[in-house]
Design a protein around this ligand. Structure first.
Ligand code: HEM
Length: 454
């Protein structure tokens, strides 16, 4: 790695990464929005681990592959920054201390405070409640009924996380939470919707409702603190900020929204892909059903035991690999640097294509095939070393809730399979991935409840 000091008068003859040709005006926008993983893979094979793309009026430098993943993961806040991309996201959340937008020491400080609230051990007492909520949801489904998977899973996952991490149900506020988050991501993170949406009543009212709701969450935590088993909000209320002062009200409010945002697209989309993948592989579905019938019958096993349900665990990991919902990480650069022989100027918009390695046959043979045997000894393909299996991205902002996500996926998919026999509308149905705002199952994807089993 070579880092060079940034200068305002930048020489023009530096060796910039190759530019991927695109259409007039649109540039590479269509490929980027419609088939991002395939497009990045083709460009990686053609141009190497770094290349430039344009999407309408935006310019990005894309870095992908193992070398790029490792380079990104080893950065110690010298080169990459989240602030340029998520700074405005934080403004819209009303706080200067939103973790995803922070860099350096203040960011590391915030991660430490939130570590317990977003940990598997913090989630441990709530596993039975998570499964119970799944069973209750299934009990409202009629045999023969069809369901839009994305919508159903977004509601379930968000409610589970709200109850487990803040003791509050999201049910009545779900639509407002969904509008608030999707507008922020579409307008500010992937910039595919116009800024005007941020001043439209649809968004403004949703944001107001969510803030009113989390104010109640804070009030309840202040009145009934739980020092024996503090959750994320209890932790924020007692923690000090980076300067040693109590956090401001707006910082605690923004932090309390986090659990309601965290799984809405990520876990719910992964769950949609996972249900599709196991329905397409009936032998895997049946093996998972046998495991959960045996091991979930007297309550959910401790999270440390869940990976022993080999098929459930391997199907979860394989879904995260084959259907990564966060295959790229946008960020900015704070200094000039060289990578793979090319110059990257300070102030560039970068996309780290962390999920490309999942589709390189040297790491995952026959990479487009869903194959849970990859994770069963002796293959263990997810344990090949840093930067190869990277569904949660890498580096300073790598997902703090990765453990929670995996446990939630195993408990909820396991409970769904135990409580109902699900099926595809048509056995030959092929699921499309849609960027909205991160890759997810086509919102029109439906599953049918063949029968209830509990
Ligand atoms: C399959 C599920 C999930 C995936 C694929 C995922 C992926 C990611 C990724 C890629 C990032 C980094 C974003 C960036 O660098 O810009 C991230 C950050 C984060 N995730 Fe997740 N996530 C998942 C579920 C969850 C869940 C369930 C929680 C909490 C309950 C959570 C909490 C967080 C937090 C707090 C951050 C911010 C970390 C920081 O800024 O330091 N995630 N996630």
């Amino acid at each position: 790695m070579t880092i060079t000091e940034s200068t305002s008068a930048r020489p023009h003859n530096r060796n910039l990464p190759p530019r991927v040709p695109g259409l007039p005006l649109l540039g590479n926008a269509l490929d980027f929005l419609n088939r991002p993983i395939e497009f990045f893979l083709e460009s990686y094979h053609k141009y190497g681990p770094i290349f430039r793309i344009t999407a309408a009026n935006q310019k990005f430098i894309v870095m992908g592959g193992l070398e790029a993943n490792r380079f990104f993961s080893q950065d110690k806040d010298e080169l990459f920054s989240s602030e340029p991309l998520f700074g405005e996201f934080a403004v819209q959340m009303g706080s200067r201390n939103v973790m995803i937008a922070q860099d350096g020491e203040p960011h590391r400080h915030m991660r430490k405070i939130m570590q317990h609230g977003y940990s598997k051990s913090g989630l441990a007492p709530h596993l039975d409640a998570m499964a119970e909520l799944t069973y209750q949801t299934v009990s409202t489904w009629e045999p023969g009924q069809t369901l839009y998977a994305r919508d159903a899973f977004q509601r379930l996952v968000t409610e589970q996380l709200g109850l487990a991490l803040t003791r509050h149900s999201s049910r009545e506020h779900f639509e407002a939470i969904r509008i608030y988050l999707s507008t922020l991501l579409n307008v500010l993170a992937i910039k595919r919707q116009p800024r005007i949406l941020l001043s439209m009543p649809h968004y403004v009212n949703a944001r107001k409702k969510v803030l009113e709701f989390v104010k109640l969450v804070l009030e309840e935590h202040r009145q009934t603190p739980n020092p024996q088993a503090p959750d994320l909000v209890d932790d924020m209320l007692t923690a000090l900020d980076w300067n040693g002062d109590p956090f401001k009200e707006e910082d605690i409010l923004a932090a309390a929204i986090g659990p309601f945002f965290a799984g809405m697209d990520t876990v719910a989309n992964t769950m949609g892909f996972m249900i599709y993948a196991i329905l397409k592989h009936p032998e895997v579905y049946e093996a998972i059903q046998a495991e959960v019938d045996e091991h979930f019958a007297n309550g959910i096993p401790p999270y440390t035991e869940l990976p022993k349900l080999q098929h459930l665990y391997a199907a979860t990991i394989e879904t995260l690999r084959r259907y990564p919902v966060a295959p790229f990480t946008p960020c900015g650069t704070t200094r000039d640097f060289e990578f793979a022989g090319y110059h990257v100027p300070a102030g560039s918009d970068i996309i780290i294509a962390n999920g490309l390695t999942h589709f390189l046959p040297e790491f995952f043979p026959d990479p487009w095939t869903f194959d849970i045997q990859r994770y069963i000894a002796p293959r263990k393909e997810h344990k090949q070393g840093l930067g190869i299996f990277a569904p949660y991205s890498l580096g300073a902002h790598t997902c703090l809730g990765a453990g929670v996500a995996e446990v939630q996926l195993m408990v909820t998919v396991g409970a769904l399979v135990r409580a109902a026999k699900l099926e595809l509308i048509r056995p030959d149905y092929e699921l499309k991935s849609v960027l909205m705002p991160i890759p997810g199952p086509d919102p029109k994807f439906q599953i049918r409840v063949a029968k209830r089993r509990l």
